[in-house]
Write a protein that binds this ligand. Structure first.
Ligand SMILES: O=C(O)C(=O)C[C@]1(C(=O)O)C=C[C@@H](O)C=C1
Length: 307
């Protein structure tokens, strides 16, 4: 049975998302303390793939995941899923709200309950843990008074009780997760796919605008752009781009060849079916047929068959 890594311990949002990403095959889920450690296990071939959080509708991207995808050997996403995120306040039974002095959780979770904490636990000290479930485990071990956890966490930590449920500042928050593997056979195009790349461009007038123009000129819908510092040189950035379409589509292949020419580095991070299954809208001039006919026309001109 294939082993699949996830950000653990049991009871994280990532565990739930990874179960859904691996729903159509038998898999053994293996917890790791951090996303970089989970991805390192994929790179070493110890596990087949890893489920990782990539972006949240309230707090934005998950920097640990973006950084870990671009350092070391390439990995590619083969699937994505969206998970609604709600939060509960877990305590050891008998703890009263006014007695809570420390609250622990993952920084992304803490950011999503900031207003609730300010209004309801103004004096409590906030402590970051490696995941929401790690916060719950630490409360169970007596290290902190309360944890902000996924609603499923209470099933994994029977010594804890839900003191308050549904404490997210934004009710309909969603986190996007990816299933990431070593490069290999790509998922088949479905007509409702997303392609993710990471590109490094020079610090020159118009370089980002020109890169984006390569997409818009081919009728490609950009769904996300994010920059992260390159780390070893101040003021230089990696751009993470998500756009509609599959690398097997003519317009995407054509755009990627242009990006490859323009950028000092382009890392392909995967072409995979979109979780919401919304088909890409492709204008007539960017259709497969338009690309095929125009490439054929150039062939004919080069071969002296046309003028
Ligand atoms: O700590 C967890 O439970 C996670 O799965 C991580 C994570 C994240 O990285 O954003 C996942 C979803 C929520 O947005 C909060 C935390």
């Amino acid at each position: 049975m294939p082993q699949i890594a996830y950000l653990g311990p049991a009871g994280t949002f990532t565990e739930q998302a990874t179960r859904s990403l691996t729903g159509d095959f038998d898999a053994e889920l293996v917890p790791f303390e951090t996303v970089p450690l989970a991805l390192a296990a994929v790179r070493r071939g110890e596990v087949l793939a890893a489920g990782v959080p990539v972006e949240n509708s309230v707090e934005g991207s998950v920097p640990a995941t973006l950084d870990a995808l671009t350092t070391d050997e390439p990995l590619v996403a083969v699937q994505e899923t969206l998970l609604p995120v709600q939060f509960d306040l877990l305590v050891r039974p008998g703890t009263e709200q006014r007695a809570i002095r420390t609250v622990a959780s993952h920084p992304h979770a803490l950011a999503q309950v900031r207003e609730w904490l300010a209004a309801n636990l103004p004096g409590a000290e906030v402590r970051a843990t490696s995941s929401t479930a790690a916060g719950a485990a630490a409360v169970a071990a007596g290290e902190f008074d309360a944890a902000i956890s996924a609603p499923v966490a209470v099933e994994h930590y029977p010594s804890l009780a839900r003191l308050v449920g549904g404490i997210a500042d934004v009710r309909d928050a969603v986190t996007r997760f990816l299933l990431v593997r070593r490069p290999g056979k790509l998922p088949e195009p479905t007509g409702a796919d997303r392609t993710s790349v990471c590109a490094v461009i020079g610090d020159e007038v118009g370089s980002l605008a020109e890169l984006l123009a390569e997409l818009s000129l081919r009728g490609i819908n950009l769904s996300r752009i994010e920059s992260r510092p390159i780390k070893d040189r101040f003021g230089e950035y990696r751009f993470f781009l998500d756009f509609d379409g599959h690398v097997a589509d003519a317009r995407i292949g054509d755009a990627l060849t242009a990006l490859r020419r323009r950028c000092s580095t382009v890392r392909f991070l995967g072409s995979y079916p979109k979780a919401d299954k919304s088909p890409a809208s492709v204008r007539e001039t960017a259709s497969e047929q338009a690309f095929r006919l125009s490439a054929q026309w150039v062939e004919d001109v080069r071969a002296g068959r046309l003028a």
